[in-house]
Design a protein around this ligand. Structure first.
Ligand code: BGP
Length: 490
């Protein structure tokens, strides 16, 4: 198995799932702070009839584990040392936008937040890890959503530009790899969290904020995010010519296979790839607004118009690399209604896949789907790829000796990495592989601690109790061996 010499090996987490300290040092709530699991249809916000606005109203019956998460805010130094112990040369996390601009629309940034990340990034560098930083990982400040309707309002572009200018300037020379919007292509399934969009002007049924969010508002959000993404590339290059800016899409949906060779299923699979992935990938990487969207907009009765200037901007400032998550594949069958979750689309069960992660989540395992995805993306975009999420969530407990033998995780990683190597042999350019959740964090999809991805276990449970002590699992040593041999010992 051959990996390039400068291949980036490491792991990825996100501020909202790792840091906790949700209201510390000036931070204000972001969209993930009001949900238990990003798929939730009932966010902790309520309509105020007097002000005619939504405001935060958490459900006292629910445990919002992300508020304390695994206390990374206070423990990142010891955790980063554990990561360096595996030989990581890269580490991905996000900046919680609300630590820098707590409400999102302030004129001046919050120094405490800037200093916090500066120390964290310096610490990564000292330990030999290249910071790979997501600018927004489901972390739009809540105020921007309740006050403006989030990204459906073009004023967000200005607030965003202020935010990215601030962090690009402050971390110039410290951060080389920036990712814009984490898995923003989930915006139709999870408008509030994935894209920070909510209908706030006369919502149809204020007791159902998600159900009341209109297609028009989501498409306006799409429009504004495409502009903001291009502005980010422009500003990044202008402020720090050595930095690289990539997009970040959930690309499990690229591996949407037609269930059989019925041409209707083949075309359906293509449409599904487009509307789950390429509708963002094409503007981000090729600078074009896909032609098929005209038909989609007509069918949905929405109006989306880009000015000539915006089109030029999108055309000119395409991303430097394509980063993505891959968890599993899916199948398309005309007769079957596809669902989705944080792992990607869920179609009819694929009879050719023998492997499945254990219950209760039981996600299908398709390592060849990663090779397929990489080939499709590289053929289409001719940009270096960066795998910034891949991993398996398991319900794990310490055994009587206080150990965790996570053989399934080891198997999962080995099989996926073998397919990365095959994709490299196919000619695909790949910058690195960052395993999702190298330390247990709060699950994005379910909001639980129980769903663990880590090589490092954290003693915290669904009801919120736990000592937060860290323990190394077996997979830690195996991943370390793979990294040390630069993939030769696969
Ligand atoms: C991706 C998200 C991550 C992450 C991962 C695993 O969609 O970018 O934040 O958590 O999925 O999902 P989950 O935690 O739901 O298992």
């Amino acid at each position: 198995m051959k990996f390039p010499e400068k291949f980036m090996w490491g792991g990825a987490i996100a501020a909202n799932q790792y840091e906790g300290a949700w209201l510390e040092d000036g931070k204000q709530p972001n969209v993930t702070d009001v949900v238990v699991g990003i798929m939730s249809r009932k966010p902790g916000i309520a309509w105020n009839d007097e002000t005619k606005k939504y405001e935060m109203k958490l459900d006292p019956e629910k445990a919002y584990l992300s508020h304390e998460a695994v206390d990374g805010y206070h423990r990142y130094r010891e955790d980063l040392k554990l990561m360096a112990g595996m030989g990581f040369n890269a580490f991905r996390t996000s900046i919680a936008w609300g630590r820098i601009f707590p409400n999102g629309d302030e004129e001046e940034p919050n120094e405490a937040g800037l200093a916090f990340y500066e120390d964290m990034f310096r610490c990564m560098k000292e330990l030999g890890m290249e910071p790979v930083i997501t600018l927004s990982h489901y972390e739009t400040p809540l105020h921007l959503v309740t006050e403006y309707g989030g990204w459906s309002d073009p004023r967000l572009i200005e607030y965003w530009k202020r935010y990215v200018t601030t962090v690009f300037t402050r971390y110039k020379g410290l951060v080389k790899y920036w990712l814009t919007f984490n898995e923003v292509n989930n915006m139709f399934r999870i408008p509030l969290v994935a894209a920070g969009v909510l209908t706030v002007k006369d919502p149809k049924d204020p007791s159902d904020p998600i159900g009341s969010t209109t297609k028009q508002d989501i498409w306006d959000g799409y429009h504004n995010i495409l502009v903001a993404n291009a502005e980010t590339v422009r500003l990044g290059h202008e402020i720090d010519p050595d930095c690289q800016v990539g997009c970040m899409l959930t690309s499990s949906s690229v591996a949407t296979y037609p269930y059989n060779c019925d041409p209707a299923n083949v075309f359906g699979a293509l449409e599904s790839q487009r509307m789950a992935n390429f509708y963002f990938g094409d503007p981000f990487c090729l600078g074009i607004i896909p032609a098929y969207l005209k038909k989609v907009w007509k069918e949905q009765g929405v109006t989306v118009e880009f000015t000539e200037e915006e089109r030029e901007l999108i055309k000119k400032y395409t991303v430097d690399f394509f980063s993505f998550s891959y968890y599993r594949s899916s199948t398309y069958d005309l007769e079957y209604i596809m669902r989705g979750d944080t792992g990607g689309l869920v179609g009819k069960e694929n009879p050719y896949l023998k492997d499945k992660a254990p219950q209760p989540w039981g996600w299908p395992v398709d390592p060849e789907g990663l090779r397929y995805t990489m080939n499709v993306l590289y053929d289409r975009y001719h940009l270096p790829l960066f795998i910034v999420e891949n991993g398996v969530g398991l319900d794990e407990n310490l055994d009587e000796k206080g150990e965790i033998h996570d053989t399934f995780r080891v198997h999962y990683i080995e099989e996926h990495l073998k397919n990365v190597a095959l994709a490299l042999e196919d000619g695909v350019e790949c910058m690195g592989y960052l395993y999702w959740g190298p330390i247990d964090v709060v699950s994005a999809g379910t909001g639980e601690m129980k769903k663990r991805y880590g090589f490092v276990y954290v003693d915290r449970f669904n009801d919120g109790h736990g000592t937060l002590e860290r323990k190394i699992k077996d997979s830690y040593y195996r991943y370390k061996e793979i990294i040390e041999s630069n993939g030769e010992k696969l």
